[in-house]
Ligand binder design. Structure first.
Ligand code: DLL
Length: 437
């Protein structure tokens, strides 16, 4: 395969040169950080009073970690490193609890971010000839404007369709010959279900690729979307604290996501001991942003679980690849004392052809015990009024999940389209157990 690079000299830079670039940029980023009240205090406590106190790349480990809690505490301007008049945009994520975390950008920050996103998009094989329908939320969420700007930078025709309104999405695809879409994987599955339900023929659209991210999904989910729609799906990882999308992305080899190391420093740590882990081992991803002046963030604990691949990528890029994010340190469920990641359940469900495109995990208290229910939509070939195959399917799902997580769930089967869908990040877990137990 002939791989396509946006910035070949940077993307294939030998590691020593890349690390030299990182060191220079880290010094600059520390200089930006030292202008903020928050980091002035944090860094001076660690003996870093000027950018020159960073002498080697290893010195990044002297920088204390930053957490989501810190960002909330610093709201609204505690992390702003430039005069307000120089800020040209903000993005914010509210997460599940109150105070938003707000990230500010100056003009150069936006340009740099856009460059990384363009690099991601071009690396999947897209060119200026593509028509890109951005089916993700615009607004404070970074997925909309971030990918939009990157698409324009590549020279594609960008359709800012936003999320939702599935029927209109098909119209746009047909009218303008969309070749590539961006969405959450759960919305892509929903789009496919509606396409089938509304009889939209695959032949009437020209789709070739999709970028899917903003939420965890399994390799089986990727394969399912690829198989059902007959397209290539590329995993896209990012977070608002590191600008948004464009942090790590799959190339045409589709085997892990290249972290753009000239823009971000990535480390994997043990979330308990906070000690660094060697490449190949799974732990919490910690990221430092080297490319944003207005809101510098260093050694941010993402809570995302991943690992660096150790073997080089077939594409020739030298930037290390992150393994698919399997979940977050804080989305682990403890069910009757057993640790369960929602991704383990998703893997089982999405590998079964009889199962449809949507599911929901429900955890409740029943007396003193926890009760796990997995609600699953059946596939289009299953008839809801035929009890025998339904019972067999229910039992098959129950047994396979039990073999994976050791807990036997209650399995409920639902008609296609019966479970709630979300246009943005899917809410796959409903945990109604009292929090203080
Ligand atoms: O979700 C940015 C983004 C937009 C990424 C569009 C990709 C595409 P936040 O709302 O701040 O930003 O959420 C970031 O989402 O820490 C992960 O837990 C999760 N996440 C994002 N991408 C992936 C992915 C955007 N490809 C949080 N796989 C992150 C798994 C992902 N989880």
């Amino acid at each position: 395969m002939k791989y396509q690079y946006w910035a070949p000299e940077v993307e294939t830079m030998p590691r020593p040169a890349l690390e030299a670039v990182q060191l220079e940029k880290l010094k600059t980023a520390v200089g930006w950080a030292l202008r903020t009240p928050f980091y002035r205090e944090r860094l001076s406590g660690a003996g870093i009073k000027s950018a020159d106190d960073i002498k080697t790349l290893g010195d990044v480990k002297r920088i204390p970690f930053t957490t989501k809690h810190d960002l909330r505490e610093a709201f609204p301007y505690g992390l702003l490193s430039i005069p307000k008049e120089e800020v040209v945009r903000l993005h914010a994520s509210s997460g599940t609890t109150g105070t938003p975390t707000t990230i500010y950008f100056n003009r150069e920050d936006i340009k740099r971010w856009t460059g990384y996103v363009a690099r991601c998009i071009y690396g999947t094989g897209c060119t200026g000839d593509d028509v890109f329908q951005n089916m993700i939320t615009y607004g404070l969420f970074t997925g909309g404007l971030g990918m939009h700007a990157g698409g324009e930078e590549v020279g594609m025709l960008v359709i800012p369709s936003g999320a939702g309104n599935t029927t209109r999405q098909f119209r746009l695809m047909q009218d303008f010959g969309t070749t590539v879409v961006h969405a959450t994987p759960s919305f892509l599955l929903h789009v496919e279900s509606i396409m089938r339900a509304e009889g939209v023929g695959r032949g009437s659209i020209k789709l070739k690729r999709a970028f899917a991210g903003a939420e965890p999904y399994s390799e089986d989910t990727r394969k399912r979307i690829e198989g059902l729609l007959g397209i290539d799906v590329y995993n896209s990882y990012g977070l608002s604290e590191m600008n948004g999308p464009g942090v790590a992305f799959e190339c045409q080899a589709k085997n892990g996501m290249h972290l753009w190391e000239d823009g971000y420093i990535g480390e994997i740590i043990d979330p308990e001991t906070l000690e660094p882990l060697p490449d190949g081992e799974t732990g919490e991803l910690v990221l430092s942003c080297l490319c944003r002046e207005a809101t510098p963030i260093l050694r941010y604990r993402t809570r995302d679980l991943s690992a660096f691949y150790t073997e080089p990528c077939a594409c020739g890029r030298t930037h290390r690849r992150l393994r698919r994010i399997t979940g977050r340190t804080d989305d682990m469920l403890i069910i009757n004392g057993v640790n369960v990641f929602p991704s383990q359940i998703e893997e089982v469900i999405m590998s079964m052809r009889e199962v449809g495109n949507n599911y929901l995990i429900v955890v409740e208290k029943e007396g003193v015990l926890d009760r796990l229910t997995v609600k699953v939509e059946v596939g289009p070939d299953i008839f809801m009024d035929d009890a025998r195959p339904l019972n067999a399917l229910r039992e098959k799902i129950r047994k396979t999940i039990q073999a994976s997580i050791t807990i036997s769930p209650r399995v409920e089967l639902h008609e296609p389209g019966a479970l709630p869908i979300s246009e943005g990040k899917a809410k796959r877990v409903q945990d109604s157990r009292p929090k203080d137990i």
